[in-house]
Design a binder for this molecule. Structure first.
Ligand code: ADP
Ligand code: ZN
Ligand code: ZN
Length: 747
């Protein structure tokens, strides 16, 4: 440890000299740690780094994590640590190193990074939860009392009778009998009729289904992964939709479990894919800890504790599951590695796939990135020899073939809610054969614009975002998809008073109502963020599809991911032309991924699949590229393009953004911030400040500066030298600003 100039040795409150000082990370948006004296009355853990401490902060107290110990501090009059909450680091070594690394890499305050990695309960200082659930069991004298009829009617008797069948968790007693149940169990305990007993965490019934025999490419992939075992090696499992990638994850995980190790599986989405979770639970002979937004804080903390205990298990979760403890990891899997939901869009803007690679390296274990449509970032790493590619280019199920994809020129077609006669006839055929169809439109609501036909002056617009509001007819509201603002739908034009308001454009709700009119006998099921809001409706909808009953599903990209519905044979893409003209350099990559994934839902069972893509621009070169060589073709062309135009992944970017109600405050912030970087490395290009692609949102003006460099090192050296002083700027206090390393959304 470097000793700091003019430092003072800490005098403790106890009046004894000490050399014990700790640097503590606190969950505040400042890129620094805080020094505290360790008082003699507190015994210090043998290895205090990584332990939580309670410390005085401001007018109150805060929970922080010890980053390091020190003999001296540059600060005088240190306050003392009030309490230590752990006797050893709460983070396992590889997790700790990954978190320290990511704070530095993403230039995000360490205190917030560490807080993000802990369940809320632990963040606020609760003890690490017991692995075992508190439970109650009946004793021999309790049984005797029950047999003798020693108890009269009442909660005590009910509880005792319930326990006669076996011990129960306290939480279950509370669920069944309410607070009276808890009180009764306390009384019964006093009479020695029941006893406390810790219970094994509730594990699901685990059947031991075995999977299908692997085909040759699958076998080769599993062997390649198994061959590296306990050392770092990254694989790209590049397999077309339905090629049996999940089957490979399952085998590789099974082998890790057999070796007594843990596996981490990241998925883009759990709530919408209960079927996928079920598959893991049925096949693996170890607890599958599913981490998702539906968990209560208590459940989350217990899952965390179970993972931390290190017993063989599978931790399966979305983005933030990358922060799970894994003291005994044997394998990491990132499914659908190209998915943008792995990038955290605000606060600590990490990318879970990139962190997974870092974590695997620190753990020295293999990692498998799987996708039918790999990201260009991953393909560039394959190209550079850093990731080994395993290819599966055929569907695995016996009769499943790649779907037949056709482009439909709809310029001359009369359309109903965007659907032309060719597609409508195909939908009717699919239903007549008792099959399922998916109509894809990546836009929720009824219509993106509500405008007045008479004056042609008025259209519904969000006054806080300067953006058209989407008509949601079922909710009878205009909704701003940028800030969430809602208002009732006007009956008359607010400008000219005529009742000629016209819904323009097509959203999923409009398609739903048109198809419901067209196929009144059939189930028409819309699945998007609006309909998914009601969990019970969503479950019912998914159950219908899973049963294989004929239906038309209408959905946004929520439906493009990960579903395996063998009776689904037709996919109709209503309109994807907008993406052909996006200014975003990632648009062709994303369009290729989205269309390939959506198309991949068709024909996964034993019946052939068809995909109809409607367009008004059949000559656009993108279509030829995608139709002739699929996503691989699009990706190869895009990689060339990115290399030639010096764009990511061949160039490194960071985005400094800020927003404020007051435009002057925003301008002042950028002026002051950029002045601090005046002398910085000229090899790092700076573009801006310019208005952000969404220049106003929820009443805030937004601007940004893009930084770009040919090397990661130059960019990070600049950021590391520059950003700490930006945090200190007076002008920074009047805006909300952020830095986004490897930004995904520039447009
Ligand atoms: P992916 O994850 O690549 O989309 P899945 O692992 O979900 O593919 O497999 C798609 C379908 O093929 C599933 O129904 C699965 O049970 C089946 N399948 C996978 N591997 C085989 C195999 N070797 N033999 C027969 N069916 C298989
Ligand atoms: Zn009008
Ligand atoms: Zn708005």
């Amino acid at each position: 440890m470097q000793s700091t100039t003019s430092g003072k040795r800490a005098d403790t409150n106890d009046g004894l000299p000490t050399t014990r000082i700790v640097r503590v990370a606190l969950p505040v948006p400042l890129p620094k740690s805080f020094d505290y004296a360790w008082p003699n009355r507190l015994s210090m853990p043998a290895e205090p780094v990584g332990c939580r401490v309670r410390v005085p902060f401001g007018r109150g107290e805060a929970i922080g994590v010890v980053l390091e110990t020190a003999g001296e501090s540059p600060h005088e009059k240190l306050k003392s640590v009030a309490a230590v909450l752990d006797d050893a680091s709460i983070f396992d070594p590889a997790l700790w190193r990954m978190l320290r690394w990511s704070a530095a890499y993403y230039h995000h305050p360490i205190g917030e990074v560490l807080a993000a990695a802990l369940p809320a309960r632990l963040r606020t200082g609760a003890a690490t939860p017991a692995l075992h659930e508190p439970g109650v069991a009946i004793t021999a004298s309790g049984r005797a009392a029950l047999a003798d009829g020693a108890l009269r009617k009442g909660p005590g008797l009910a509880v005792l009778a319930a326990l006669a069948d076996g011990p129960l968790p306290l939480s279950v007693l509370c669920e069944r009998f309410g607070p009276a149940g808890r009180a009764a169990s306390t009384r019964l305990r006093r009479r020695n009729w029941v006893d406390a007993c810790p219970l094994e965490p509730r594990t699901e019934l685990r059947s031991t289904l075995t999977g299908p025999a692997l085909n040759a490419p699958q076998q080769a992939a599993v062997e390649a992964i198994d061959a590296v075992r306990a050392r770092y090696q990254a694989f790209l499992l590049d397999g077309v939709t339905g090629s049996g990638k999940t089957e490979i994850y399952l085998r590789a995980i099974e082998h890790a479990i057999e070796r007594g190790r843990q596996a981490l599986v990241l998925v883009p989405e759990i709530a919408l894919t209960p079927q996928a979770l079920k598959r893991y639970r049925e096949r693996l002979r170890a607890p599958v800890l599913a981490l998702h937004s539906g968990l209560s804080e208590g459940e989350r903390a217990r899952a965390w504790a179970q993972a931390r205990a290190g017993d063989a298990c599978i931790v399966l979760g979305t983005r933030s599951a990358i922060f799970s403890p894994l003291p005994n990891a044997g394998l990491i899997v990132v499914d659908e590695e190209h998915d943008d939901s792995y990038k955290q869009a605000d606060g600590f803007r990490y990318h879970a796939r990139d962190l997974a690679l870092v974590r695997a390296k620190l753990l020295d274990v293999p990692i498998v990135l799987g996708s039918a449509t790999p990201s260009l970032e991953t393909l560039a790493l394959v190209e550079g020899g850093r990731i080994e590619r395993l290819v599966l280019n055929q569907r695995a199920a016996a009769l499943a073939r790649a779907p037949d994809v056709r482009l439909i020129d709809v310029r001359e077609q009369r359309r109903i809610a965007g659907i032309g006669p060719t597609a409508m006839a195909a939908l009717a055929d699919a239903l007549a054969r008792g099959e399922q169809a998916l109509v894809f439109r990546n836009r929720r609501g009824y219509a993106p614009v509500l405008a007045c036909q008479t004056c042609e002056q008025w259209h519904g617009e969000c006054s806080r975002c300067d953006h058209p509001m989407t008509l949601h007819r079922q909710a009878a509201q205009l909704v701003c998809h940028r800030c969430g603002a809602r208002r009732p739908v006007p009956r008359k034009c607010p400008r000219c008073g005529s009742e000629t308001l016209d819904a323009r454009g097509i959203g999923t709700e409009r398609i739903e109502s048109a198809l419901a009119g067209h196929f009144p006998e059939h189930a028409i099921i819309r699945i998007d963020r609006d309909s998914a809001r009601s969990a019970s409706r969503l479950d019912a909808a998914l159950a219908h599809v899973e049963r294989g009953a004929p239906a038309i599903l209408i959905g946004t990209q929520l439906l493009a991911k990960g579903h395996d519905w063998p009776r689904l044979t037709l996919v109709v893409v209503v309109d994807a032309d907008g993406a052909l003209h996006s200014p975003d350099f990632r648009a062709p990559e994303r369009l290729g991924q989205l269309l390939t994934q959506v198309a991949g839902r068709a024909g996964r069972g034993d019946r052939p699949g068809r995909v109809l893509v409607q367009t008004r621009e059949p000559e656009h070169p993108f279509w030829r590229q995608w139709l002739t060589g699929g996503y691989a073709n699009v990706a190869a062309a895009e990689l060339d393009e990115r290399r030639n135009s010096a764009l990511p992944p061949y160039r490194y970017q960071a985005l400094l953004s800020a927003e404020a109600r007051n435009p002057q405050a925003l301008a002042d912030f950028f002026t002051a911030a950029l002045a601090l970087a005046e002398t910085a490395d000229a090899s790092v290009a700076r573009m801006g400040p310019v208005p952000a692609p969404i220049p106003r949102r929820a009443g805030h003006h937004r601007m940004q500066v893009l930084l770009e460099s040919a090397t990661r090192a130059a960019l990070h050296t600049l950021l590391a030298a520059w950003l700490p002083s930006v945090f200190d700027l007076r002008e920074a206090r009047r805006v909300r600003w952020s830095i986004d390393v490897d930004p995904r959304d520039l447009y």
